[in-house]
Design a protein around this ligand. Structure first.
Ligand code: ACO
Length: 387
């Protein structure tokens, strides 16, 4: 296998938090019903001054910052979404405009809640073929725009959010290492971006000012180099690139005969046969987990983390029970964000990586992870990776 790395992770959600108790009275629902059936306690909903481009760009910039990558060095932006800002151009193009990169490619894919895993699979193919070496994969959805706020059986389930990762190949990681060595020897105070580039390095250690997003300008502050330390996870203690962090295996298939159990017409709202979605999600995601483990000669107990699409806590409980592994290995954010569709997996990965201390043991280098996607189609997919 090639060494294809996830080198940065970021997430973002709207400011406005809607608790179960805050849902409109006419819905005739209750915090107790929602929590018991779904595990959801709250969700974030888009408000004035926010849109899919602003939250997705913020998630992307956080991921770029963690990866230590200049936005201008991205080769591609792939956005998974079912709720684009407009029919065209793609929302990925609008994000590309925000980050000011006019040489990369940018496009959206629409695979409903399974979109993020599909987007990783596309990025993997691009990198594997040698065509691209640094790709931003974003999952972002504003589900609040396509739910009927009078339908209590669907509207309580969803929220808005965005998550992003950066995927790179090994060769680039080696360049980062060389760059890091170089950085150790140069005078940071007199650091100049141009002179750094003259050395033919593609990596620029800069700080992105996320607050300047409103002005549609990203300011580069080359004085701050704390991010250098964050890069160390790419290397083991002897400074070598570890055998970890790479995407190992991918699986995806669709049951088009299940198209009627979860859909939204172009100008309509989500319609769902909840119990059917529930059953198929449990069955297929259990199968995919077993397949990924078996065909890589692993045991299910080797898996440190499962990062599933966050539709419903009870679906996750059922998969954990089928696989006979502890639910504590499942990263669960559905309680905080509800179902954010294509954004749910990167938001959960971000939670594990950045906020994990309080509840989860922090993700460690070498951990085996399974990501599981499921969405309208129905499509089911999964990825095995070593962090
Ligand atoms: N508040 C109170 N009562 C409600 C609500 C609500 N928000 N929603 C439905 N009910 C009522 C129903 O009207 C029904 O009442 P009735 O018996 O008088 O007709 C009763 O609760 C039971 O409804 P069910 O649909 O049978 O409840 P169920 O136990 O199946 O739970 C749920 C519904 C939570 C949707 C469940 O089927 C489920 O989790 N399905 C998975 C689907 C899912 O999570 N989809 C997310 C999108 S899909 C994706 O991301 C891939």
């Amino acid at each position: 296998h090639q060494r294809i790395y996830i080198s940065g992770v970021g997430a973002s959600h709207p400011k406005k938090c809607v608790l179960n108790e805050d849902l409109p009275l006419h819905l005739n629902t209750s915090d107790e019903w929602i929590q018991q059936r779904t595990g959801i306690k709250q969700r974030y909903i888009i408000d004035e001054g926010e849109d899919i481009v602003s939250i997705a760009s913020e998630a992307l910039l956080k991921a770029l910052k963690m990866a230590g990558i200049n936005p201008l060095d991205l080769d591609a932006i792939i956005l998974a979404t079912t709720t684009p800002a407009m029919r065209m151009p793609s929302t990925a193009s609008l994000i590309q405009n925000i980050i000011g990169n006019y040489r990369c490619t940018a496009f959206d894919i629409q695979v409903a809640c399974a979109g993020f895993v599909t987007a990783i699979q596309i990025a993997y193919g691009f990198i594997f073929s040698g065509q691209f070496s640094k790709i931003a994969v974003i999952g972002a959805d504003l589900m609040s725009k396509i739910i009927d706020w009078n339908d209590r059986s669907t509207c309580v389930l969803f929220g808005d959010g965005a998550g992003a990762i950066i995927i790179e190949n090994k060769m680039e990681a080696e360049l980062v290492y060389n760059a890091q060595n170089l950085m150790n020897n140069i005078d940071i105070d007199n650091f100049s971006k141009n002179s750094f580039y003259e050395k033919n390095l593609t990596v620029d250690y800069t700080n992105y000012n996320i607050n300047s997003l409103n002005n549609k300008i990203i300011s580069f502050n080359s004085e701050k180099v704390q991010d250098l330390n964050e890069k160390k996870y790419l290397f083991d203690s002897s400074g070598n690139i570890p055998q970890s962090g790479n995407i190992i295996d991918l699986v995806s298939y669709s049951h088009a005969d299940l198209k009627d159990i979860l859909y939204a017409n172009c100008d309509g709202f989500i319609t769902m046969k909840g119990i059917n979605v529930f059953k198929h999600a449990v069955q297929e995601l259990t199968f995919i987990s077993r397949l990924l483990v078996k065909r890589n000669n692993l045991d299910i107990s080797d898996i440190s983390w499962v990062i599933p699409h966050q539709a419903n806590k009870r679906i996750l409980d059922a998969i954990a029970s089928n696989l006979d592994i502890s639910i504590d290995k499942f990263v669960i954010t559905v309680n905080k964000y509800a179902n954010t569709s294509a954004a749910s997996i990167p938001m959960a990965l971000d939670f594990l990586y950045h906020n994990g201390d309080s509840f989860y043991k922090r993700l460690s280098s070498g951990d085996l992870i399974i990501m599981l996607g499921v969405g309208s189609g129905m499509i089911f997919n999964g990825i095995l990776l070593r962090w």
